[in-house]
Design a protein around this ligand. Structure first.
Ligand SMILES: O=c1nc2n(C[C@H](O)[C@H](O)[C@H](O)CO)c3cc(O)ccc3cc-2c(=O)[nH]1
Ligand SMILES: C[C@H]1O[C@@H](n2cnc3c(N)ncnc32)[C@H](O)[C@@H]1O
Ligand code: MET
Ligand code: SF4
Length: 362
């Protein structure tokens, strides 16, 4: 289904499961008894992208696209470490060197033959600063992911939706089959993974149910999905349609909580969604929040101050804790590479945060 078979991944979602899930309402869900977030810096390696999703203001056309230098990466990571961040979030355009010769030429001047080879260097810079890399470079082949797997604590890609939507139309389009294959590859490589759905880009309620069930199916095979993001699309200069209304986002969040097993966190981004109105729908995580950098994908939507998140948690009567980009169970169950384990054991911001989490659990 969903064209995933073209990429060697077989997924079948029974119609009866979709029928059951679309009927779910928030009343079927218990509110979470804990909330978490990660403190991060956003490192937008490049704004060049092979795709042109119509909701996205992040990508720049050839000629205007940026590529951060190693010094710029280092500056951002050092500022992050100084502010107590534990995560370097590498999110950027999909396969930029595929389409932009200037990106390719610049990379080659710096001694790299691909953006993934450069991402590896970027992750190493982050690790030197005591931060844990979490990379979301979009779709990845097995070969690309293998090149950076041991220098990432966790990775991610939004499934967005299993539906063929116009927002992904045009000659260079995101393909649900390829995204499902990326999630499956992460599972095969034993990489703790973040995925999710983008809500309001032309998909139906049934499409949302199918998307959530497809993620569940892949998690059942590999056990690697740590969290799923239920992300409402938001307006910007390229996307003029409304965000989904509150009732829709509440229903979809509850559907996510019912579809996915309890070990998977349900993340709601507090700069894009009315998180205080979603806590009774199963949200238990606010994702990466930055005291230092913007959400470069949605720069018009500022992060709330940490104090505001604490107030929201207090009003709901649940504790709020700061986690690492990789969720604790993957650390304790030894999913991580020696490089990442060493970074967590070292005396940097990530290591100190992890030990604080362990002390709390004692
Ligand atoms: O600031 C953002 N962080 C985004 N993040 C970061 C995320 O909130 C955290 O990095 C993870 O929760 C790990 O701590 C993503 C991570 C992924 O793996 C996949 C998609 C996203 C999407 C966003 C996003 O739109 N904006
Ligand atoms: C990193 C993730 O950011 C999301 N993304 C891209 N553009 C928007 C928007 N206008 N609103 C909300 N999320 C968006 C996509 O889901 C992408 O995968
Ligand atoms: C800036 S969008 C996030 C990474 C990638 N381009 C994707 O869409 O999945
Ligand atoms: S959402 Fe990601 S893949 Fe789509 S255009 Fe933006 S940067 Fe490219």
């Amino acid at each position: 289904m969903f064209g995933a078979e073209d990429y060697g991944v077989d997924i079948e979602i029974p119609t009866a499961d979709v029928d059951r899930l679309v009927d779910v309402t928030p009343s079927a869900v218990e509110p979470a008894d804990e909330l978490s977030f990660a403190r991060n810096v956003f490192v937008p390696l490049t704004t060049a992208c092979r795709y042109t999703c119509t909701y996205c203001t992040y990508y720049d056309p050839p000629g205007a696209a940026s590529l951060l230098s190693p010094d710029e990466i280092s500056d951002i990571c050092e500022r992050g470490a100084a502010a107590g961040c534990t995560e370097a979030l590498f999110t950027f355009g999909d396969d930029p060197d595929d389409r932009y010769t200037e990106v390719h030429d610049q990379l080659s001047e710096w001694g790299h033959d691909s953006i993934h080879s450069y991402l590896r260097e970027a992750c190493e810079i982050a690790l030197e600063c005591g931060l844990l890399p979490h990379s979301n470079p979009g779709d990845q082949t097995r070969w690309q992911m293998e090149l950076v797997a041991d220098v990432n604590a966790s990775m991610g890609v939004m499934l967005e939706t299993t539906a063929e939507v116009q927002a992904h139309g045009g000659p260079r389009a995101k393909d649900p089959g390829q995204r499902l294959a990326t999630i499956a590859t992460a599972g095969e490589l034993g990489m703790p993974f973040t995925t999710g759905i983008l809500v309001g880009i032309g998909e139906t309620m049934r499409d949302r149910a199918e998307s959530l069930l497809a993620i569940r199916e892949l998690h059942e095979r590999y056990g690697h999905v740590q969290e799923i993001i239920v992300q409402p699309v938001v307006q910007n200069e390229r996307w003029r349609e409304d965000s989904p209304d509150l009732e829709t986002i509440r229903r979809v969040t509850a559907m996510a909580r019912v579809a996915l097993p309890p070990e998977i966190s349900i993340q709601s981004p507090p700069n894009l969604a009315p998180v205080e109105d979603l806590l009774d729908c199963g949200v238990d995580d606010f994702g990466g929040v930055s005291p230092v950098t913007d959400d470069h994908i949605n720069p018009e939507y500022a992060w709330p101050a940490l104090r505001e998140l604490e107030d929201i948690a207090e009003t709901a009567g649940v504790p709020l804790s700061e986690r690492l980009p990789v969720h604790e169970r993957y650390v304790s169950e030894a999913w991580l590479s020696p490089r990442i384990e060493a970074a967590i054991e070292a005396d940097g911001p990530a290591g100190r945060r992890y030990r604080a989490l362990l002390d709390r659990a004692d």
